[in-house]
Design a protein around this ligand. Structure first.
Ligand SMILES: *[C@@H]1O[C@H](CO)[C@@H](O)[C@H](O)[C@H]1NC(C)=O
Ligand SMILES: *[C@@H]1O[C@H](CO)[C@@H](O)[C@H](O)[C@H]1NC(C)=O
Length: 262
């Protein structure tokens, strides 16, 4: 039955002009970056995309995982932060997070349990030491993701508006002010990619790509709906491949043309 549903979905998504392949991987969260894709299942097991399939990464159960230029990091159900060092998950002390993103150039970012956007300066991100000190920003947020051309956040108020952090760099990951991204869009997830591209998902399960992003205009110009015939709960992008999750845990691997960058 599940397979039949997937094949129907695949039929729908191919006929709508999108090239997507489904995997019955049963993931609840996933993150692509720096050529890798990692995800977690409902039971907290971590999976790694090997090129054909998702393979179990033994050792630590997590609620959230992230991979990117800042390395491989995870967050447990109890909000404890972990980093994969060598082949071992090490507990990181210095703060608890709800969400983490390793896509920053080159620093870890995320949202802590008080809804502050936080980041770890280069020295803390790259060191093998397990005690760190997070830099904390003003405001209240549910999601914070960084990519090549900066960092994007979703406010924790009922509008879940999109904000961009100004003057972030790897030596001063904290930046200094927020600007609201035009378009007044309400999103539940936002992901900035290793190449600078940005995708968002709204509360109706619709996926959008931010167009017109450049070094001179890092917030881009408009939200472009991708109109996938699926309810998408989460999406992440790396190197021309978009990975989408549906609420029942099916992973779709989709090829996207163009970069969205100018
Ligand atoms: C994931 O799989 C890729 C491809 O096989 C491999 O290069 C990489 O080291 C793996 N990462 C982890 C964390 O297991
Ligand atoms: C943005 O949208 C919210 C509802 O989501 C609305 O209350 C607000 O007035 C809008 N702001 C602008 C500047 O359009």
């Amino acid at each position: 039955m599940l397979r039949f549903i997937c094949l129907s979905l695949l039929g729908a998504i191919v006929s709508a002009g999108h090239s997507c392949t489904p995997f019955l991987a049963s993931l609840v969260q996933l993150d692509a970056g720096d050529g890798m894709v990692l995800g977690v299942s409902e039971s907290g097991h971590v999976f790694n995309w090997t090129g054909n399939d998702f393979l179990l990464v033994p050792g630590q159960q997590l609620a959230h995982v992230t991979v990117g230029p800042a390395g491989i990091w995870g967050v447990g159900k109890d909000n404890v932060v972990y980093k994969l060092l060598g082949n071992q998950w090490k507990t990181i002390t210095g703060g608890t997070l709800k969400q983490a993103d390793a896509g920053g150039n080159t620093f870890l970012s995320g949202v802590n349990t008080k809804n502050n956007a936080v980041c770890l300066n280069w020295g803390f991100t790259t060191s093998k030491y397990t005690a760190v000190s997070f830099s904390t920003m003003d405001g209240s947020f549910i999601y914070y993701s960084c990519g090549l051309l900066g960092c994007w956040a979703l406010s924790s108020d009922s509008n879940n508006n999109v904000f961009y952090r100004q003057n972030v760099d790897e030596m001063d990951c904290q930046g200094n002010s927020w600007i609201q991204v035009n378009g007044n869009m309400t999103m539940t997830k936002i992901e900035a990619g290793t190449d600078g591209s940005v995708f968002g998902v709204d509360s109706g399960g619709n996926l959008y790509r931010r167009l017109g992003i450049s070094r001179n205009n890092p917030t881009g110009t408009r939200w472009h709906p991708l109109n996938y015939p699926l309810y998408i709960s989460h999406a992440t992008y790396d190197s021309g491949t978009l990975w989408c999750l549906t609420p029942n845990g099916v992973v779709f691997r989709c090829q996207v043309s163009g970069s969205g960058l100018v």
